[in-house]
Structures are given as structure tokens and as C-alpha cells.
Design a protein around this ligand. Structure first.
Ligand SMILES: Nc1ncnc2c1ncn2[C@@H]1O[C@H](COP(=O)(O)OP(=O)(O)O)[C@@H](O)[C@H]1O
Ligand SMILES: Nc1ccn([C@H]2C[C@H](O)[C@@H](COP(=O)(O)OP(=O)(O)O)O2)c(=O)n1
Length: 241
């Protein structure tokens, strides 16, 4: 008989998709409902970017970014009720949401050395979550590259207009995030999606075995329910198959 806590019993949910499709909010809620850990990999790329900007590394100089990429000490807390991220021991959860970081993050995350370092941290977090039952990991390349053997892979989409309206509503409450119109937010999102989809190393992409969920017309609750149902189905397949 299998014992809970063994790596082969752990539930690993990979949630990918472009900006503003609901990855973070959905993943946190799904992890909370299922009693799993939660990892926001975008926050790690943002934290790396914040460190580069703070330490005056030219983010458009890929060689300089690569050279510095092993310097910051990044630690992600994986409690879905209180996700945290620190850089060199300093809470980075506020500064990583500024427009300055958002504008620079695609360049930093395209550097292969940055990705290699963060993918290693992400796989370690996944392995460590096995004792707690598993993890929901969200990002751009989780299903394709980071965790290709995930129990369930979901690829979230939504229209650019819906994503921009959501994102600009959300940023209204964030100090230092800056104010942008929905139209300017939409343009910035589309630009970032193109950069993230077009880079050479593990671009934003749907894994062949991911289930696509279009969230344009769905409420957050509906998306959460849909994913919890998909996890249940996968677990049933596991016990019957
Ligand atoms: N299905 C949905 N309907 C309406 N608003 C949503 C939905 N999903 C997410 N949101 C809201 O949109 C904003 C962006 O969601 P977030 O989870 O940060 O997206 P992502 O992680 O994909 O960038 C948040 O304010 C969130 O509450
Ligand atoms: N697995 C990941 C996660 C994020 N990234 C990069 C690409 C994204 O534009 C940035 C920021 O990701 P984040 O999920 O915080 O972005 P949004 O919530 O959509 O604004 O990080 C990545 O390259 N790979």
C-alpha cells in the first residue's frame, strides 16, 4: 500500500498562460482548497529583475545579467494563504510589482542562466512539497519545461481586453505600481506576451497535454471549480487506471 507523503503520491498542478489570465489568483485558491503548497514563478523572475535593477546591472546586457544571476539569494514561501518572496533576506513582495520591474522582466527572464537557476529552485520547491501532499506551480513554462510530469497541466487564456481590464483594476490598489489606462495596460500586456512567447529558451507555450481553459467569460470562482474538478478527475484516473 502507498503511504501519503511519498513523492509518487504528491499532486503536482502546473498552471501556465499569458499575463492577466488569472494564474496567480486561481492557483492560490486551488492550492488552498486542496491543501497543497503554492509557487508563483513569475514572482521569482520579478525578484531576480528587481535585484538586477537595484544593483545597477544593465538588464539589456544579457552577458552582464547572466554573470550576476547566481548572486541574489531568493527564497519563496509556499503557503498559499501567505505566499512570500525575499531577496537577500529582504521582503520583495511590494517592489517586484512596480512598472519598472514589469517593463524589465521579459529581458531578464529570456537569459538562459537566469532560467537555469530559477528552474532549479522551482524543482526543489516541488520536491519539498511532496511531504505536504504536493503543489500548484504557476508560470509560463511549467508544463513544458519545469515539471513535464505534472499530474495536471492547465493552460489559461483570456481575451487581451479582459486581461487588461483585470490587471488595471488590480494595480489601482498597489502603491508604487503607477496608474495606466486600460488601453495602455493592454498594449503593455500584448508586448510582454510577444516577448515571452518569442524568446528562445522555454518560451510561453501550451504543453501538448495541457487542458486549455478560456477564462474570458468565467468568474474567478468558476475557474477555480473547473480546475479542482480536473484535479479530482486526474486523481480518479490514477486510482482506477
Ligand atoms: N476569471 C476572472 N474573472 C475576473 N477577474 C479575474 C478572473 N481571474 C482573475 N481575475 C482578476 O484579475 C487580476 C489578475 O489575475 P492574476 O491571477 O494576477 O493573473 P495572472 O497571474 O495570470 O497574471 C486579479 O485582480 C484577479 O483577481
Ligand atoms: N515560468 C515563468 C514565469 C514568469 N516568467 C516571466 C515572464 C513574465 O512576463 C514575467 C512576470 O511573470 P508574472 O507571472 O509575474 O506576470 P504577470 O502576473 O502576468 O504580470 O516573468 C517566465 O519567463 N517564466
Amino acid at each position: 500500500m502507498e503511504t501519503a507523503g511519498r513523492p509518487q503520491d504528491a499532486v503536482v498542478v502546473a498552471i501556465d498562460g499569458p499575463s492577466g489570465t488569472g494564474k496567480s489568483s486561481t492557483s492560490r485558491a486551488v492550492a488552498t482548497k486542496l491543501g497543497l503548497r503554492f509557487l508563483d514563478t513569475g514572482a521569482q523572475y520579478r525578484a531576480m529583475t528587481w535585484w538586477m535593477l537595484t544593483n545597477e546591472v544593465d538588464v539589456d546586457d544579457a552577458a552582464a545579467v547572466a554573470l550576476a544571476s547566481d548572486k541574489p539569494v531568493l527564497v519563496s514561501g509556499t503557503d498559499p494563504l501567505n505566499p512570500t518572496i525575499t531577496v537577500d533576506g529582504v521582503d520583495a513582495s511590494g517592489p517586484i510589482r512596480t512598472q519598472e520591474v514589469t517593463a524589465a522582466v521579459s529581458a531578464v527572464s529570456a537569459v538562459p542562466e537566469v532560467r537555469a537557476r530559477l528552474v532549479e529552485l522551482q524543482r526543489t520547491a516541488c520536491a519539498e512539497s511532496a511531504a505536504a501532499g504536493g503543489i500548484v506551480v504557476e508560470g509560463r513554462d511549467i508544463g513544458t519545461t519545469v515539471l513535464p510530469d505534472a499530474t495536471l497541466k492547465v493552460y489559461l487564456t483570456a481575451s487581451a481586453q479582459a486581461r487588461a481590464a483585470r490587471r488595471s483594476g488590480e494595480l489601482k490598489g498597489v502603491p508604487g505600481a503607477g496608474q495606466m489606462s486600460v488601453e495602455a495596460t493592454r498594449e503593455a500586456l500584448v508586448r510582454r506576451d510577444a516577448a515571452d512567447s518569442g524568446r528562445k529558451t522555454s518560451p510561453l507555450a501550451k504543453a501538448d497535454d495541457a487542458i486549455e481553459v478560456d477564462t474570458t467569460e468565467l468568474s474567478l470562482e468558476q475557474v477555480i471549480e473547473a480546475i479542482v474538478t480536473l484535479v479530482d478527475e486526474k486523481l480518479k484516473e490514477r486510482t482506477t487506471g
